[in-house]
Design a protein around this ligand. Structure first.
Ligand SMILES: [Zn+2]
Length: 207
């Protein structure tokens, strides 16, 4: 129930940490936090935005909640054995974890770096926690470039996860540059087909 309300153990810990005063836990503050009807996670605007594809938002939501069925989780559930949990994207015998795929993996990092290069990001990182934190606090506004960057993150996450599934279930593989093309196509298709996105359209046409 608490997980449903606060999203993750990390968020629950953050809420409890805020209830300390002079190194003492203030039970009244904990109670107040628990009875609040809503407690919006800082990354809600990063994953829920009308300009995003719902299927991209859903995969992002799973990643943010550490609920994506990555091989490390399947291993802990006893569905995969320890020698079946390596990442299929980089083939470096690294374990497939959520943080590895987004974007510590050499393959994913290459895709994400290409995206950041395309949109001329000034701040670069391939560490999921830092990326999400940066998005949550610096890229949550309504500006067209911020919206585009949110769109690119969720599209990159979706396309990388789709490529992982394609390799596992269909034995097909694409190069990072091809994944970037898929990301660009998806973003262009969404923005150019929506007449309300004139500013985003202008940015895309002038990149
Ligand atoms: Zn990898």
């Amino acid at each position: 129930m608490l997980l449903l309300k606060f999203g993750s153990v990390d968020n629950i810990e953050a809420v409890i940490t805020e209830c300390y005063a002079a190194d003492k836990l203030q039970l009244s503050a904990v109670y107040k936090s628990l009875i609040q009807s809503t407690n919006t996670v800082p990354w809600s605007k990063t994953i829920w935005d009308s300009c995003l594809y719902p299927k991209h938002s859903f995969i992002m939501w799973l990643v943010c909640h550490s609920r994506l069925l990555t091989k490390d989780r399947l291993g802990r559930m006893g569905i995969l054995s320890s020698n079946q949990t390596h990442c299929v994207l980089c083939n470096r015998q690294e374990m497939e974890t959520s943080n590895h795929i987004f974007f510590e993996c050499q393959f994913s990092a290459e895709v994400w770096n290409l995206v950041m290069e395309w949109l001329k990001y000034r701040w670069w990182s391939c560490v999921w926690g830092l990326v999400l934190n940066w998005y949550s606090y610096s890229l949550k506004g309504k500006g067209p470039m911020k919206k585009l960057k949110r769109m690119c993150l969720s599209t990159a996450v979706y396309m990388i996860w789709r490529e992982r599934n394609r390799r596992i279930f269909q034995g097909k593989r694409k190069l990072p540059a091809q994944i970037l093309s898929d990301i660009k196509f998806s973003v262009f298709a969404k923005v150019l087909n929506d007449n309300s996105n004139v500013h985003m359209k202008y940015i895309l046409e002038n990149l």
